[in-house]
Design a protein around this ligand. Structure first.
Ligand code: S3P
Length: 428
C-alpha cells in the first residue's frame, strides 16, 4: 500500500484498541474458571482471535455479542481434547501461555502457526514444563513449532529461576502451577520484573499467589471463578501515536483510556528522559488507565537499558524511530530479546531506518542511533511483523521527497485492525 507522507500536523482524539496481553489472558482465565466471564473492550485483533478459536476448539463456549465477549468456563477439567491441531497464527503469547494450560490436561494436542511463529523458540516454556512432568516435543533443539504436547494430571510443582525476562514464560508456569497438587507450592523467580497481568488477573478471578520482589509463589489445586473484565487500551498501540505526536510538527493528540500499569510504562519514562511533552490526565487507579496528551517536542537522545527494557520491549521499534529525530545519540542495550520477536527486530528496524537515511547501527543487544536525521522515501516490507509495519507508517509521515510504499501491510491487523482509520482521523 501507499503510505501517507508529508504530514502537516496530527490533531485529534483516539481511543486505542484493547490491550493485547490482557485480552489474551481474559479469554484464558475465563476458560479455566468456573462460571461466566464477561469481557468488555477486548482487542479483536488476529492474535486474540487465535486464542479464542483455540479454546473454542477445546469445547469452551465463547460468544461475541458485538459488545462483550462471554465465556462459559467449566474449570480446567472442562477443556476437551482438540480434534485437530490448534492454529496459533502469528501469536507467540497464545502459544506460550496455552502450553502452560495444556501441560496439565490429560490429552494430546498440537500447536502450529505461521512462518514467523514457526521460527520462534518454544524451549523456554517446553523445558520447565517438562521438568513439571509434561511431554513436549518441538522441532530442533529450540523446540520450534509445531509443538506436540502430552499433558498430565500429575504435574509436579517447580522451583524455577527464569533465564530470560519473559512474561510469557512466567505466565505459562503460573498456569501450570495452578494445576499441580493442592498441597504443593511452586516458586517462579523472575530475571527482571515483567508485565504482571497474569498475576493481577489470577487474584481478580479469586486465585491466590504471593509476590515478594522477583519471587512468585503459586499454590496448586486452585479453583477460579468467572469475572467481569474491562480491558484498558494498549499502551503498546498508543506508543505509535505518542511518537507520531512528538515528531510530526504541529501535533497535539489525546489518547483515551490507555493502560498505565507500571510494568508497561517504560515508554513514558523514555519520553521524559528525552524531554518530550506528555501529560497524564484523568487517571483511573482501579482500572490502571489514563488519558495521555502528547504535543510536538524538541527531543534529546538518552540511554535505554537494564530494568527498563522489559517495561518497553514491544515499543523499541517505534522508540528507535523517535531517536532518529532527537538531538544527539540514543543507545539501546540489554535488548537481545528483540531478536526473537515476530521478526529479528534489531535487524529489521535498522535495515528500514537505514534505507530511509537514518544513522543507526545494530549491536548484538540493541542499537545506537544518531539523531536529527531527515527521512527519505523508500519501499519497505513488514516481513509479517505488525509493529514493524506501524513503525514504518509513522516514519513515512516525516517523508516529503517521494512515495513511500509498505508491502505486507495486512500484518498490522495482528494487534491494531483500525490503525489506518485512526491515522486518517488525525490527519484531517
Ligand atoms: C507478552 C510478553 C512479551 C511481549 C509480548 C506479549 C505477554 O513477550 O513482547 O508482545 O503478553 O506476556 P516475552 O514474554 O517474550 O518478553
Amino acid at each position: 500500500m501507499k503510505l501517507e507522507t508529508h504530514a502537516q500536523g496530527l490533531k485529534g482524539t483516539i481511543t486505542v484498541p484493547g490491550d493485547k496481553s490482557i485480552s489474551h489472558r481474559s479469554i484464558m482465565f475465563g476458560a479455566i474458571a468456573h462460571g461466566r466471564t464477561e469481557v468488555s473492550d477486548i482487542l479483536r485483533g488476529e492474535d486474540v482471535i487465535s486464542t479464542i478459536n483455540a479454546f473454542r476448539a477445546m469445547g469452551v463456549e465463547i460468544e461475541d455479542d458485538g459488545d462483550k465477549i462471554i465465556i462459559e468456563g467449566r474449570g480446567f477439567e472442562g477443556l476437551k481434547a482438540p480434534q485437530t491441531p490448534l492454529d496459533m497464527g502469528n501469536s507467540g503469547t497464545t502459544t506460550r501461555l496455552i502450553s502452560g494450560i495444556l501441560a496439565g490436561r490429560p490429552f494430546d494436542s498440537e500447536l502450529f502457526g505461521d512462518d514467523s511463529l514457526s521460527k520462534r523458540p518454544m524451549d523456554r516454556v517446553a523445558q520447565p514444563l517438562r521438568q513439571m512432568g509434561a511431554k513436549i516435543k518441538g522441532q530442533t533443539a529450540r523446540d520450534l513449532p509445531p509443538l506436540k504436547i502430552s499433558g498430565t494430571q500429575q504435574l509436579k510443582e517447580i522451583d524455577y529461576k527464569l533465564p530470560v525476562a519473559s512474561a510469557q514464560v512466567k505466565s505459562a508456569l503460573i498456569f501450570a502451577a495452578l494445576q499441580t497438587d493442592k498441597k504443593s507450592v511452586s516458586r517462579i523467580v523472575e530475571k527482571e520484573k515483567t508485565r504482571n497481568h497474569t498475576e493481577d488477573m489470577l487474584l481478580q478471578f479469586g486465585g491466590e499467589l504471593a509476590i515478594s520482589g522477583k519471587n512468585i509463589l503459586v499454590p496448586g489445586g486452585q479453583e477460579l471463578r468467572g469475572q467481569k473484565v474491562s480491558v484498558p487500551g494498549d499502551i503498546s498501540s498508543a506508543a505509535f501515536w505518542l511518537v507520531a505526536g512528538l515528531i510530526v510538527p504541529n501535533s497535539e493528540i489525546e489518547l483515551r483510556n490507555v493502560g498505565i500499569n507500571e510494568t508497561r510504562t517504560g515508554i513514558l519514562d523514555v519520553i521524559e528522559m528525552m524531554q518530550g511533552q506528555v501529560v497524564v490526565l484523568s487517571e483511573d487507579k482501579v482500572n490502571k488507565s489514563a488519558s495521555l496528551v502528547v504535543r510536538t517536542s524538541q527531543l534529546v537522545g538518552c540511554e535505554i537499558s537494564g530494568q527498563l527494557i522489559p517495561r518497553l520491549i514491544d515499543e523499541l521499534p517505534i522508540i528507535a524511530l523517535l531517536a532518529t529525530q532527537a538531538a544527539g545519540e540514543t543507545i539501546i542495550k540489554d535488548a537481545e530479546e528483540l531478536r526473537l520477536k515476530e521478526t529479528d527486530r534489531i535487524a529489521v528496524v535498522t535495515d528500514i531506518l537505514q534505507a530511509m537515511g537514518a544513522e543507526i547501527t545494530p549491536t548484538s543487544d540493541g542499537m545506537i542511533i544518531r539523531g536529527k536525521t531527515p527521512l527519505h522515501a523508500t519501499k519497505v516490507n513488514t516481513q509479517g511483523d505488525h509493529r514493524i509495519g506501524m513503525m514504518a507508517a509513522i516514519a513515512a509521515l516525516l517523508v516529503n521527497d517521494d512515495e513511500m510504499i509498505l508491502e505486507r501491510s495486512e500484518a498490522i491487523k495482528t494487534s491494531y485492525p483500525e490503525f489506518f482509520t485512526d491515522m486518517e482521523s488525525l490527519l484531517k
